[in-house]
Design a protein around this ligand. Structure first.
Ligand code: GSH
Length: 220
């Protein structure tokens, strides 16, 4: 059986988990698996990141590659439209969210969430680049009612796991939600949160985040 390894706080893990659940694919999960630069983990995940899936003894990393594999191997419940151009528009949306928003905001995670440091220069770059990403997002997001239009797609899974993180990060770093200029976002995320699999993944994310925070607190 297919196995997903990662942890429930990870937005990329949750993207793949949502795709598996929404497509109705049976899978095992190891949700206690952390990124690592050790040889043993690098043999399964070339950049040492999570998530990874294992299919018949073959490991596959990179959430987008994993989701494309799932789409090819399990076409019964599709997460992409049929039309080639509409499929490409879903991928465009995913690229805007992940490459031009999430990866930009990620430059601040170390300082904001893991006690690291960040220079004022980096903060300025992130603020500028995030504004460009949000501008691109507001041009391609449809909210009709789904992010790519009438059909529920993988882009909705990506939006649900990454956009709240971008909102929280920009609020903490700049005192203002970078996504405030997209008023359709909150009701849209609320709608998605009512889907049973989305609710489950979100509840598990909250529980795992609370557990990680409690573990990080000094005793006493
Ligand atoms: N492009 C990768 C990104 C995965 C990623 O950044 N995962 C984080 C956890 S959310 C991670 O493993 N971080 C540790 C690291 O970057 O070394 C994907 O889509 O799977």
């Amino acid at each position: 059986m297919l196995k997903l390894s990662g942890f429930h706080v990870s937005n990329y893990h949750n993207k793949v988990r949502l795709a598996l659940l929404e497509k109705g694919i049976a899978f095992e999960e190891d949700a206690n698996c952390r990124p690592s630069q050790k040889d043993e983990w690098l043999a399964r995940s070339p950049m040492g990141k999570v998530p990874v899936i294992e299919v018949d003894g073959t490991a596959l990393a990179e959430s987008q590659a994993i989701c494309e594999y799932l789409e090819d191997a399990y076409p019964q419940v599709p997460l992409y439209p049929k039309d080639p151009l509409a499929r490409a528009k879903v991928r465009e949306l995913i690229a805007v969210i992940e490459l031009h928003m999430e990866l930009v905001a990620r430059r601040l995670y170390g300082a904001l969430y893991f006690g690291g440091q960040v220079s004022e220069e980096t903060k300025k770059e992130v603020e500028r680049d995030l504004a460009k990403g949000v501008r691109a997002f507001s041009k391609v997001a449809k909210f009709d009612p789904y992010i790519a239009g009438k059909e529920f797609t993988l882009a909705d899974c990506v939006a649900f796991v990454s956009l709240p993180l971008i909102s929280m990060t920009s609020k903490l770093a700049f005192g203002k939600d970078a996504l405030d200029s997209v008023p359709q976002l909150k009701p849209y995320l609320k709608m998605l949160g009512e889907r049973p699999h989305f609710r489950k993944v979100n509840d598990d994310r909250k529980a795992a985040t609370e557990a990680a925070v409690a573990k990080a607190k000094p005793a006493g």
